[in-house]
Each structure stands twice: as C-alpha cells, then as structure tokens.
Design a protein around this ligand. Structure first.
Ligand code: GLC
Length: 480
C-alpha cells in the first residue's frame, strides 16, 4: 500500500511534543510491514535546514496557489534515513525556512499551514506518488482532506484520507475572510468550515475526511462530551461512525534502558534492581537531592501546562513532603506561575524537592530510569507517552484515569496486583494524594511487591507493532 503521512512535526528533525514522537515511530512501523511504501512530508523549518545532520537533495521546484498568492515550493528529499521511510521536506523560506524560534505561534499560522497542506498535495503530484491513503495529523494538516475533495479529486481519484486527532484543544481557528482570501474554496464548502461565524480547520477535517482516529480508545469516547471536546462534541457525535481510537505506542528502540546512551547504567527486566539503583543515585546527585537509596523518588517530566494536572500537585505538594519521607523531582518548562511554584518548593524543601526548569531529553531519560514513581495527574490526556516511557524504565505510574492514561495504566490494588499502576478516578487533589500514598506504602512495604510491579511494568509490550496493525486495518477499510 502507498501511504503518505503529513504532519507539522516529526522527531528527530523537529519536535515540540508527543506528536513529534508519534511521527517518528508510526511511519517507521508502517514501513516495516511488507508491501508498504511510506512517505512522510514535513515543513522545512529553519532548524532542520541549519542542522548538518540532515542531508537533503532538492528534487523539484514548483509554484503553489493560495488564493491570490503564488508561493515557491521546493521539495527536498532526505538522503540519510535507514528505516525505509522516505522523508520529504516542503521548502518555503517565507513560511518556514527564514523564521527563527518556535515552530508554532506566529500570527499567520493559519496561512502557513494552509499553504503546507496544499503544497503537500502538489508535491505528491510532482513526485508522481499517488497514495492509496493519506494520514493527516491535527489542525495543521486538517485542510488536506478539504483540498483533496474540493480541488484534487480528479488527480487523486482513489486516494482516501484519514484525519488523526492528537489533541482537540488546538483546532486552527481563523477569521471568516480566510475562507475566500487564503483558501479560495468552492462556495459549497463554506458551511463545512464555518463554526461560530469563523473558520475552524479541525471541524472541516472531521466533516470531510473518510475516517477519523484519535490516540486512545477512552479519549475517543470522552470526545463525545463537552467536558473534553472544547466545543467539538456535537460535530464529533455527528460523525461518530467515522471515529476510532488507536492507542499510541512508543519507540522501544529509542526508549530502551538496556541501550539508552543518556543513562549512567543499563538494565533490563531481570537486572533492574541494581541498574535502577545506580541510575537513581546518579540522578539524585545530578539534581542536588540527598543520595538516599531507600527514600522513594517521585518524578514528573512534563510541559508545565494546566491540563497536565499541576494544580492538583501544587495543592498537595506541601502536605505530601511534610507527611511522607519522599523526594519529588520535576522537569519541564511552561506557565510562569508553575515554574515559580516548583522553584519555591525546591527552596523550601531543599532535601526533598528539585525543579529543573528546562527542556532536556537526555535528563528526561535519566529521570525515567532513576525515578521510583512517575506522576501523571493530567486533567485530560489524549494518549500520553511518558507514562509508557516510565513503565518501560521500571518506574511505577500514578495517574488520573482519563484518556490514554486509563487505557495504558490499568489500576492495581493495595498489593500492587491486577494492573500496572495506581490510579484515581475523579479529578481531585485529595484523591490524587490518596493514590500517591497507596503507592508510597507499597514502596516502603519492602516485601518485594513494589519490585514485582516494576518488573511487570517493564515486561509490557508498548511497541508500535499492534497500533500499526490497527492503522493498517483502517487503511484497508477505507480503500475497499
Ligand atoms: C498530544 C497529546 C498526547 C499524545 C500525543 C501523541 O501531545 O496531548 O496525549 O500522547 O499528542 O499522540
């Protein structure tokens, strides 16, 4: 099958969050399946152009119309990727190549990604790669199914389009002039793009794509409710027949405690007791906490954003550190008031709390390995990947039972049996604290039960094999 995957980020070239990780591992897992030919299209951001590790060759130049505009487009083929995925970067200096800084957040993001979506279709034609399936991700590529149906159906007569929602919060809103001025779509599409008097790219994709997926089963169900859907509940329930949840995997080669180059010691499910102890001591030293083998180290790697459940943690942090002999380490950047809170906490409890306000992938790995307990109290979580990273490194998760957290962390009982981690059902600080205390209690029980749970976490298969198979099933279904 010929598959084209389109996204606004993909590791290792460019990544701002979980989408980037998925766009590294999913194409690769699909390309491993016999008979598939996979191309991945990404914008040619400045940081990719400037990175000498990524050698490319300009294979075509063309002009892309966007309303009254005509924009240069260069197609750059990545030369050095070993896994069979063919990566193409879409080059336009004005939209991507000459903009320093973050990849999102410019005033004209709508136009930038409308351009990217259309340029991808033109690029595939130019490359003479007419896919059976296009797989598009989040609002930045939400206009692909729309352009495909409205303007390109004669040239892609059999191509089907899947739209995948990684996070419903970001929908691609634009003012209504955008429809004519930038998109210049036929009049009968106006309704599909319109929402509350403005243009909403995600809504258009939900209505137009052949199938819709999201990144866990539970999130697919949650999206039917206003509490989770950020205004998109009725649009989604009107299209519920097209929606499926497929739980993400993680890249088990990148996240492998036996080989991860960031770790001071390596281990597997047999040798983890010793290996993790070495990693824990080194980590405590690195972040300035007392090196104490028997004190449980609770860790969190996260964007410091409200929906990650930090308000719950802030609410209970003092009580937790006063009442329990434990350590807390947090890594991440984000909202200033959270950054300040954790830096203050570190000052107040220098022997128990550490805050690293930075984005550091290697330190993140050392935290997954050196921690005992991983906290993820997200208010909502489409899938979440770091709880799986943590489990793969033998760190026991304590999570709010929502979205992908509910699907990947089945609850254990007081003895640490029957599941993979400690969970709490309602989004409430006391319930979170109680779940943490149950976990700490299991840890200090020193009767081997905590270790048994760690081993079980490490033995799980979080690879992309199964989800890639589920994507393939849906691809075949669309093409029938
Ligand atoms: C988004 C979601 C996260 C998910 C990731 C990859 O970042 O917030 O839950 O794991 O996308 O699908």
């Amino acid at each position: 099958m010929k598959i084209a995957i389109l996204a606004s980020e993909g590791a290792p070239y460019v990544k701002s969050g979980g989408l980037g990780d998925v766009m590294e591992a999913l194409p690769s897992a699909l390309a491993r399946r016999a008979g598939n030919e996979v191309v991945l299209l990404l914008p040619y951001y400045k940081r990719i152009i400037d990175n000498p590790a990524y050698e490319t060759q300009l294979v075509a130049k063309l002009q892309v119309d966007l309303g009254w505009r005509q924009q240069y487009t260069g197609i750059h083929r990545l030369k050095n990727r070993a896994d069979g995925v063919q990566v193409y970067f879409i080059d336009n200096l004005y939209y991507f190549g000459a903009r320093p800084g973050a990849i999102y957040g410019d005033w004209d993001d709508g136009e930038r990604f409308a351009y990217f979506s259309k340029a991808c279709l033109e690029a595939l034609l130019q490359l003479n790669f007419i896919p059976d399936v296009m797989q598009c991700n989040d609002w930045q590529t939400a206009l692909v199914p729309v352009f495909l149906k409205a303007r390109y159906s004669a040239r892609f007569p059999k191509t089907r389009c899947m739209f995948t929602i990684h996070n419903i919060e970001y929908q691609g809103w634009a003012d209504s002039y955008f429809f004519d001025d930038v998109l210049a779509l036929p009049e009968d599409y106006r309704q599909r793009l319109e929402m509350s008097g403005r243009v909403n790219c995600m809504k258009a994709a939900i209505e137009t794509a052949d199938l819709i997926t999201t990144v866990s089963n539970t999130y697919a169900k949650e999206l039917m409710y206003p509490y989770y859907a950020h205004g998109m509940d009725s649009v989604l329930s009107g299209n519920a027949g097209k929606l499926t949840g497929i739980t993400n995997g993680i890249d088990i080669n990148t996240f492998n405690p036996e080989t991860d180059p960031a770790l001071p010691a390596h281990y597997n499910a047999e040798t983890f007791a010793e290996g993790k102890a070495l990693c824990k001591a080194a980590l405590q030293k690195e972040v300035g906490l007392p090196v104490q083998a028997d004190v449980p180290l609770m860790v969190m790697v996260t964007r410091l954003a409200g929906h990650k459940g930090l308000d719950l943690l802030c609410h209970i942090a003092h009580r937790l550190l006063q009442e329990e002999n434990c350590q807390l380490l947090i890594l991440g950047t984000g909202e200033a008031h959270f950054e300040r809170f954790f830096l203050d906490l570190q000052k107040e409890f220098p022997k128990q709390a550490a805050a690293k306000i930075t984005f550091d992938l290697a330190l993140a790995s050392r935290i997954y390995a050196g921690g005992d307990i991983y906290l993820m109290p997200s208010k909502s979580e489409p899938c979440g990947l770091s709880q799986m990273n943590a489990m793969r490194y033998g760190t026991v998760p304590v999570v709010h039972a929502t979205g992908g957290l509910k699907d990947t962390v089945p609850p254990v009982n007081e003895n640490g049996e029957g599941g993979l981690g400690f969970t709490f059902q309602s989004y409430n600080a006391d319930d979170f604290l109680y779940a943490l205390k149950r976990c700490l209690h299991l840890y200090s029980g020193s009767n081997g039960k905590f270790r048994a749970l760690q081993r079980k976490c490490m033995e799980q298969d979080f690879s992309w094999d199964k989800p890639a198979g589920q994507y393939m099933e849906l691809f075949h279904k669309m093409c029938r």
